[in-house]
Design a protein around this ligand. Structure first.
Ligand code: PA5
Length: 444
C-alpha cells in the first residue's frame, strides 16, 4: 500500500458526480495506454518502469562515485537546467536541514549553476569557488542546452586552473545522452566519469536516473530509500489501474475541475522544505500539459508565508483557481510554544501546544476559507517527509501527470514550445545559420 492519501471532500459543490464520472470512466483505458506504451509520445515512457529497473549494482556505482566526490568537496556544483536540476534540488531541499548552507552537516554544500544566465550570479559563484574545495556534475541530456553549456565552459576553465587538468577530470562527472551531443563528445575526449540519461526518459521525468540520483547521493541522502518509495508506488499503480488509485483520483479531480473552469492549479505546502518540490511539479505539469491551446496553469505557494501575500488573491480574486494541498501529517521534530507570564502577545491560549498543531490548524482553516471563497481544494496527505515518501510522491505525480495529460488529449512527453525563445535568442546572438530570422527580429 502507498502512504499517500487523496482527499476530495472539498471539491464537492464545485463539480457534480457526473462530471467526475466522465473522467473516472477514462482511467482504466488511460492506464492501459501508459503501461502498454501505445499513446502519443510513447517513446518517452522509460520512466514508467524505471524504479523497478534500478539495480543494486547501479545504486552501488552511483554511491561510490558520490562518496569519492564527497571526500574531496566542501561544495558540489550541479550544472543543469529544467529537468536536469529541478528533481535533484527538490529532493535535496526536502530532505536537508533548512539551514544546510550555514551549519555543518558532514556533507558538501550543494549549489546550482547553468539554470540562469545571470552574470552577477556567475561572478559570485566563481568568487566562492576560488575559496572552496569543490567538484561538480554537468547534466544535459541533449548536451547542447545554452545555459548549462555556457556555465560549464566557465566552470571547466575555473576548475582546470584551480586544480590542473588531470585533477579536474576527477572532479567532474558528466550526465548526458549515451551517444550524441556536444557534452558526450567532450566527456569522451576528456575522459570524465559519465552517466547516461536513458533515451526514453525526458528531462522532467528523469529524477530517478543519475540526473537526480548522483547529486542526491552527494548530498548524503539515502538514494536506496528514495528508489524503494518509487518502486512501491510503481507496483501499487501497476496493481491498481482503476479510478480508486490515488494518482487517478488526483488526475480525475483536476481534469473535471479544469473543464468546469478552474484553469489554474496552485500547489500548496505548509513546509518550506517542499518549496523546490513545487518547482519540480510546476515543470512536470506545465511542460506536460500546456500545449495545443490548453492545459492547467501550474502555480505554487508556501503557506502560511504566502497567505500574507497571495492569500488575498486566492480568497477573492478571479475564480479560476483550484488548490492542491500537500499535507504532511507528522513533522520529524517536536517544538512547543512556551508559556509567557506577561502574555503581551495574547498567545498563552496556545502555550504548551506543538507548533505543528498550529500549522495544521492553519491548513484546515485555510482550506475551509478558500472553499467558501470559491476555490476547490484537493488534499494530498502524507504521514511524513522522508526519502521513501518522497520517492512515492515523485512516481505519484509523474503517473498523475501522464494520466491527466492523456485525458486532456495532449502528448504529455514533448515540449515543442520551448524552442521558440531559443531560436530567437540564437538569431539575436548571431549564431551562424540564423541570419534570416535575425534580420526579421531586428526589424521588430
Ligand atoms: O523536461 C525537459 O525536457 C526540459 O526541461 C529539459 O530538462 C531542459 O530543457 C534541459 O535539457 P537538457 O538536459 O537537454 O540540457
Amino acid at each position: 500500500m502507498t502512504d499517500i492519501k487523496v482527499e476530495l471532500s472539498h471539491i464537492k459543490g464545485f463539480i457534480s458526480e457526473n462530471q467526475l464520472d466522465t473522467y473516472k470512466k477514462k482511467v482504466a483505458a488511460t492506464f492501459d495506454t501508459i503501461y502498454s506504451r501505445t499513446g502519443a509520445g510513447n517513446d518517452f515512457l522509460g520512466w514508467v518502469n524505471l524504479p523497478s529497473s534500478i539495480t543494486a549494482d547501479f545504486i552501488k556505482d552511483v554511491k561510490a562515485t558520490a562518496e569519492a566526490l564527497r571526500k574531496k568537496s566542501e561544495v558540489f556544483v550541479v550544472v543543469g537546467i529544467g529537468g536536469s536540476y529541478l528533481g535533484a534540488r527538490a529532493v535535496i531541499e526536502a530532505l536537508s536541514n533548512h539551514f544546510a548552507q550555514l551549519v555543518e552537516t558532514g556533507s558538501p554544500k550543494i549549489i546550482y549553476a547553468g539554470h540562469n544566465m545571470s552574470e552577477d550570479y556567475m561572478h559570485d559563484l566563481i568568487e566562492l569557488l576560488d575559496k572552496k574545495e569543490y567538484s561538480m556534475t554537468v547534466i544535459s541530456k541533449s548536451g547542447t542546452t545554452t545555459e548549462p553549456a555556457v556555465a560549464f565552459r566557465i566552470l571547466k576553465n575555473h576548475i582546470e586552473k584551480k586544480y590542473g587538468k588531470e585533477e579536474a577530470k576527477t572532479r567532474i562527472v558528466a550526465i548526458t545522452d549515451k551517444a550524441k551531443g556536444a557534452l558526450k563528445v567532450l566527456s569522451d575526449s576528456e575522459g570524465y566519469k559519465t552517466y547516461v540519461v536513458p533515451d526514453d526518459v525526458g528531462g522532467r521525468y528523469s529524477v530517478l536516473t543519475p540526473v537526480g540520483l548522483l547529486p542526491i547521493a552527494v548530498a548524503g541522502i539515502d538514494i536506496e530509500k528514495l528508489v524503494a518509495g518509487a518502486q512501491l508506488m510503481e507496483k501499487y499503480c501497476i496493481d491498481n489501474q482503476n479510478d480508486g488509485n490515488v494518482a487517478a483520483q488526483y488526475a480525475v479531480a483536476r481534469q473535471a475541475l479544469y473543464h468546469a473552469g478552474k484553469t489554474n492549479e496552485i500547489l500548496v505546502n505548509y513546509e518550506p522544505r517542499l518549496c523546490y518540490f513545487s518547482e519540480w511539479w510546476k515543470q512536470l505539469y506545465g511542460e506536460s500539459e500546456g500545449k495545443d491551446g490548453k492545459g492547467i496553469f501550474p502555480a505554487s505557494v508556501t503557506f502560511t508565508t504566502d497567505l500574507h501575500s497571495m492569500g488575498q488573491y486566492i480568497q477573492e480574486g478571479l475564480r479560476n483557481l483550484m488548490e492542491t494541498v500537500i499535507s504532511v501529517e507528522n513533522p520529524a521534530n517536536d517544538v512547543r510554544i512556551p508559556q509567557d507570564d506577561a502574555n503581551l502577545d495574547q498567545m498563552n491560549y496556545i502555550a504548551g501546544r506543538r507548533l505543528n498543531d498550529v500549522n495544521q490548524t492553519a491548513e484546515k482553516a485555510t482550506i475551509l476559507a478558500h472553499v467558501d471563497g470559491g476555490v476547490p481544494n484537493i488534499r494530498i496527505a502524507v504521514p511524513r517527509i522522508d526519502a521513501n515518501v518522497l520517492g512515492q510522491l515523485i512516481y505519484f505525480f509523474e503517473i498523475g501527470c501522464a494520466l491527466s495529460g492523456y485525458m486532456l488529449e495532449v502528448n504529455p512527453f514533448n515540449q515543442p514550445g520551448v524552442e521558440a525563445y531559443k531560436k530567437n535568442m540564437f538569431a539575436l546572438l548571431g549564431k551562424p545559420g540564423y541570419e534570416e530570422l535575425r534580420e526579421k527580429l531586428l526589424k521588430r
